[in-house]
Write a new protein. Sequence first.
Length: 79
Amino acid sequence: MMKPIKKRKIIVKTNDPFEKEGKKPDYKKIDELLPFLSERGKILPKSRSGLTAKTQRLLAIAVKRARHLALLPFVPKGK
């Protein structure tokens, strides 16, 4: 019987601009939220964005609030 192969986690250093400046993600500041959205309008995962877990949760809440207030679209515009 073979040993199970262990998957290694990719460790990304946190490069959290919100943490560096001591701010929280705000739904009214769309220009701060846009770098953390994909071209299809989805929220980037923590592993790709480099945010801390706490900031990632706050970012998700801010993006969802901005979408409900029509500051951000739910679906990106088609070509």
